[in-house]
Design a binder for this molecule. Sequence first.
Ligand SMILES: [Zn+2]
Length: 439
Amino acid sequence: MIPRFLRLLSVALVISVLVPPAGWPAAEGQEIISVSKSDVDPARLARQGLDLLMEKDGRIYIVAGPDDMAGLAARGIAYAIEPDRALAGARQVLSAAGGINGAFHSTLELETDLRTLERDFPGLARVVEIGESLEDRKIWALKISDNASMDEGEPAVLFLGCHHAREWISVEVPLLFGKYLLENYSLSQGVRDLVDSSEIWIVPIVNPDGLEYSIHVYRYWRKNRRANADGTYGVDINRNYGYRWGFDNIGSSGTPGSEVYRGTGLFSEPETAAVRDLFTGHDFRAAISFHSYSQTILYPWGYTTDPAPDDAGLGAIAATMSGLMAAVNGTVYAAGQASRALYTTNGDTVDWTYGLRAAPSFTIELPPVDIDGGGFFNDEAAIGAIFGENLPAMLYLARYAVDHPLPERRRVPLRPAGGRDRLGDGVKFVLLKAPIRFR
Ligand SMILES: [Zn+2]
């Protein structure tokens, strides 16, 4: 429902205010190359304006033009030109006509689209600022309900995207869900009944600073942009929530430079505090937090391999969602307890939403299944299909939440801010046998 000219205008505005980083590779003669991680310092390469794509098997992948390659050669750094195979999605994004990030949303593009939805669907859609990031970007929520501007105390369902900066597809799926509900409200009795009896809250970009950094500086960035005391940057905001925060040093790390650094205290980061305040301020009965990649539906607990109290119920909902999703495009999403199906995490979003209220809560790791399918780099042409297969799962969980009041509110005491790790400070981060690519 967003007029095409407005969309193009917003893209043009964005392009005009973005200054591409120095050394942004020219399209002419551009190649995807790789260098051995042992030969280079990735941070230094990024500072020099090289377009780092990702790390895989000890190699750093870079989008490089002739000058970049000549620069590496001049410094005696060996590089290999890579075939397209696993990187087709990344190339697609770079060659797209929608600016640096193609059809994927930046924070400004998101705000523009949310405002347009609010304007086109007055009464049903409201744009709400739920917080501000460390770099003063607004964290936007879209609230969808009948009488959206009023607090009617209806059952609420939460859809979150982009805790992790490089997982761009996780912005698009919840945003498209909001568009779908609004555009189909007058067409579908089922959508109308759902929206009339609930509040659907959508936060497509929880981590705007990280996302912008991923778009403009380092595509592979994961965390937020906290300046840590030791000079490193970033807290993994999906390890900063308050349920069993810092439970051990496997599911999160106390080392600031780690990709899974949990922060100095639970909810120490404004991004997680914003989600906390939203969640505790309404009658949330279910939540989905979108990530990528793995093509898997995960449910609590993440912090332990012990089953959650409602393990069977959570597993049944996940299995139903997986079946609904497979029926759309034939894409099969595995389902399982998070700690068993992927790896253990502590301080993640859905352990907290479930631990606090026993609200059925799921992390959906979007496609692809693995790195050979493109890893974090989804082809923009696949956005629609990925949304389409997730749609029935989102509708199902929202309907389920409205129809199933929570039997009890399990209030679990939160660990105090600044509380010490259970294993004590200074315990070395334990590497599991296989290197983990965190998602
Ligand atoms: Zn993630």
